[in-house]
Design a binder for this molecule. Sequence first.
Ligand code: ADP
Ligand code: MG
Ligand code: ZN
Length: 477
Amino acid sequence: MSKQYETVIGLEVHVELATKTKIFCGCSTAFGAGPNTQTCPVCTGMPGSLPVLNKQVLEYAIAVGLATNCDITRYAKFDRKNYFYPDNPQNYQISQLYLPICRNGGVEIETEEGGVKTVGIHEIHMEEDAGKLIHDEWEDCSLVDYNRSGVPLIEIVSEPDMRSAEEVIAYLEKLRLIIQYLGASDCKLQEGSMRADVNLSVREAGASEFGVRTEMKNLNSFKAISRAIAGEMERQIDLIESGEQVVQETRRWDDARGESYAMRSKEDAQDYRYFPDPDLVPVRVSDEMLAEIRARQPEFRNDKMKRYKEEFAIPDYDIEIITQSKHMADLFEEAVALGAEPKKVSNWLMGETLRLMKEKEVEAEDLRFSPEHLVKLIGLTDAKAINSSVAKEVFEVMFEENVDPEQYVEEKGLKTVNDEGALRKAVEEVIAQNPQSVADYRGGKEKAIGFLVGQTMKVMKGKADPGAVNRMLKELL
Ligand code: ADP
Ligand code: MG
Ligand code: ZN
């Protein structure tokens, strides 16, 4: 490569909102129901049916806008975006073009060099999701499921402010965290509740104009996004280097093959014949409504980190990790509120929880054990009712099935045996059966006792307190 290039990236992020019902009708948004069981004349586009805006959608959109430093539009409107596709029964999507609910925002991300940079948000608008086409069921036709038709979305359109895959991921993580803290969506890329389209162009370093961009769809993980960015950057640079031109188009990234292919030439707003939806009244956002939503905003990560530092004696590293997930922060705070020692709760989160999350590929938002059960487990260990290896064993079952640890320990007979006589018997047996180790220990090899402790634990089927075993061994040796 002879010249230096700069990559310019802007994102369009769609987020499915966590409302119980759809954006313009009362149908359920619950996931996984039988095909077309959650539909009505409105969300299947029947003539004569009328949409009514779900207030919760507006409130979530405003809350996200406030949290991302946007101006909230006080007089917003819905527009029809016209296009034909079988997953879109009305032949138009209700969206917002002229007066979107939020504008001119931005979020701060940390750059690789350790600095802070603002990624601008051009606008956030409300719109409806489309249905789902199922192509592989039968060979000669496609099926359509309208359960998703009319599920509320917000689309967050960034400015072309990002310059690398790392910045893109940092921006997406920031957005996801804000939205999860708000409870406005679970933002799962794999399941499609958060979807990012990547607009990318390259230009010679120092150039003042942007290059021609492409838009990539079908990116359902951070890894796929990073790979797609690397692949598209290279493709565009190769084109320019060989004297060809980048064509403005929509491309689909095939993550398995590691390459993208053209889907369609990019359409402009005028191709969609946008016009104001005559069935929906404009939205007026009053001062009261805005004040109410503002007052309900949760404590976001930065404030939470500050408060944790003041309130809890736990390391900064733990605070970083815990506050990276709303669910984990809630777990932590609830367990502490139930009386557990903060450091002990944090130890379970930083240790076994993170280990099992990695091993079983579970995300923090999907942790299933309750704070009550974690507190009970800590209580059992504190009272020496179970030893630490049994506690880990119980925790793993809690992690999988949220069992009540007290009940589980009782049922499985995992309680530490505190019977002096039984322990003495076991130790005597081990001493008798391991003359070599006993001789080593007596001859000054302190370490030999570890083996004898282990053997005794085995005889006790793990249900002894290692400290007590140690003491008993020393006494009898
Ligand atoms: P459209 O409405 O045609 O999709 P927009 O102007 O709304 O186009 O931009 C869509 C997204 O593309 C935005 O996130 C924007 O930041 C990004 N974008 C626009 N121009 C460029 C460019 N030259 N290079 C990279 N991204 C761009
Ligand atoms: Mg667009
Ligand atoms: Zn409906």
